[in-house]
Design a protein around this ligand. Sequence first.
Ligand SMILES: [Zn+2]
Length: 897
Amino acid sequence: MSNRIHLLIVASLICCLIPTAHAETVATELECLGAARYLAATDAPSGRRYAPDREVQVLHLALDITPEFKQRILVGKATIRFRPIITPLRELKLDAVDLKVDSIAGTEHIQSHQVTDENIIITFAEVIAPGKEASVTITYRAEPAQGIYFRTPEMGYPEGDTHVFSQGEQIEARHWYPCLDAPNFMFTSEVTCRVPSDMTAISNGRLVSETKDAATGLTAFHWTQEKPHVNYLVTLCAGYFKKIEDKYEDLPLAFYAPASRIGYASNSFAGTKDMMAFFEHEIGVPYPWVKYDQICVYDFVAGGMENTSATTLNESTLFSADSENIRTSEGLVAHELAHQWFGDLVTCKDWSHIWLNEGFATYYQTLYNGHKNGRDAMLYELYGRSRQITGMSNDVNAIVRRTYNAPSEMFGYLAYPKGSWVLHMLRSQLGEELYRRCIKIYLERHQHGNVVTDDLRAVIEEQTGRSYDQFFDQWVYHAHHPELDATYSWDETTKLAKISIRQVQRVSDNVLLFSFPLTIRFTGDFGVKDQTIQVAMKEEDFYFPLESAPRIARLDPDLTLLAKVSFPVPAAMLGPQLTNQTDVIGRLLAVDQLGNRKDKDTVAKLKRSLGEDPFYGVRIEASRALRSIHTDEALDALLASTKQPDARVRRQVVSDIGNFYRDTAHASARSVLETEKNPAILAVAVENLAGYAKPETQATLLRFLESESFRNELAVAAIDAMRLQDDPAYIAPLLASLLKREAAYTSRGFAQALGALGYLARNEEKKDDVRDFIIGHVNSKKRAVQLASINALGTLGDPKAIAVLQTFTNAARESRERTAAARAVADLRAARRPVDDFKNLRQEVLDLQKSDRDLRKELDDLKKRIETWKKAPPAPATPTTKKKKQPPVTSPRNAAN
Ligand SMILES: [Zn+2]
């Protein structure tokens, strides 16, 4: 272990913080994709994954699709035009899962074809020479479990909103058309979709025609994507959509929603034009496609999907205006739009480099946040992500890695927030202008092509002359981040500030000792002084001569380093740091450090920040810190701070008050229910009531159960509170309400309600009504509802449900339903209490402990009596009873936590 000593002359004042001057809105952080998907086999015997060989270059894909909404199937015709690359081609092997092939034809004589579960293999009578263009056309039917998703009244969706949508990423396209399904094939495409004439169909690129066929009565929408893109970005959405439109310069913009939801669409669509202008300027490359559509669909597989020129969004992103600034689609819409460049114009060559799609989209969403809502908002987003990443305890994987079972595993925090942080560090080190130039060259050089991480590194090295090997090696090809233990001290005699820095992360084959620039900022009578040091060793001391003791000492004041930093400064420094209006991160860190103290002065400081800090994020964190201090004074400070003009802070304060079990906290929740108009805050206050087993609570929860609200969110909040109260008195009214109002719930909300019902009834002697109601949903065509009902049967603990559950466990193919049913059956068979039943488990443990103590005592008494018998003649015994100490009473609020 070495310990270098540096003596640095502090450079002149550098301060580049821009004060915030904009209203803040928080970005909704929704990942594009997360659903687990399966890959058949490893790509290499080593278990490592690589991009597949390309025997052919795919030139063009043409799809002609007719969805049959009633039967939820589609009839398709796919034509693939291709050219063998280097080897004469005898056999073309296409990815195709569960497609019923009717016919195969082509430009070449086809000798035979074979359809397996996962492929269509076409054998040509003669080999096709390299460079020769050829095509095959396959007509087929599909009843896909993936790739295409129907939303119809038969499935429980609103009658006039019937639609269907596709999902390609990662490898789902093969479930609805035959293809070469890997990201290293780029081709042009066209999609024709035939639907009833009152429906509409949307796909990639340009609408070529919309023609009605007199014979079938169907209207054919013919779309063409004339610029190359990859297979997983081919899209189709069709059904009863309504749209709103706008233009960015000459570029048509449209936003589609299911007909009954169009009234909410403008809230989510509003920012698109401004984002388009910002991204074109920031990226320096014009938007690459001919139009930009966004289509909202029910129960999408994720938050959104960036298909070229036609993004799909989850309908759950729509929001009502009465939630003020609490709900927003800004983050999601910006993320998907950024993908049109990063992911679509250039696409990662294989899934191991997915961060080049997701890290960029996440970072440009953050940059837009900064543009729209100010620098503080952007820093707050980066601060939150940094805490998320550095809070990961099992962080052993590198961002780029080749060992994964399914591509979906690569779509996690490494690709999204950590990828975005890598870009933020690059931008911070290069400076904005140079960074922009590099990104523009990277995009232009690889447009309509594949990229790997080295393509990005090569451009940066070329433009800067510097080596970026170490940067990418430590941040992208190795795992983890620096964990810094830093200390500060001041020597008045020598007038030296000393900062000691130790890298305490566990260094291994996976994790390196990091090397990075780090800025230290001192503020004092001398003004503001910055000095950038290079940290590279395990342990280093740095000395800074200053004219006088600084009032504030800050590490990485502009938040340019991804690291877990412990830097406790003396209490006297926290006050000035907490009120430094030019340093939002300093204020957030001061709030964080103050949250560990309990004295009245600290509470007073935090209360002031909660009431007066100009940035909403600091006010939110101050509220959280008061909650964690958890003294009476902290509660009083929160109770005095409920009148927050910013809804996001108001909700936080209401939520934090809910973490106290006091009469005053209860009164506050009731007062919110009387006065608050914002349903997102009302929902929190409803949940806050759960801790209080008061007669009026039940009436209030039942009132909200029957209330009308956007997405029925107040009823769902009431159900959550009922579950927490764990009172069987709620079973009958809840069951009655669910029977009556099922249609008012979202799939997720209703799923939650089924879970609560099973939970509340689990200790009842008679469970028939609840069991029958839940069983009535095990075949729901809404996936979330079906899974929830299977799980709820396990929770309910009624063995009479086993037979129904077994109909799922007997299924041939692995599925989430089968797994859930198997778990539920195992629970029921073992007559085991569900694992979340803490209250019962606790009671059982206490009962066991008590009987154990009783037995021991009886044994001891017996032993004593035997001893006494042995020593002396028996005397008339008077048994002594000792009052046992009662087990501690747990308040419902604690039980709920
Ligand atoms: Zn994404």
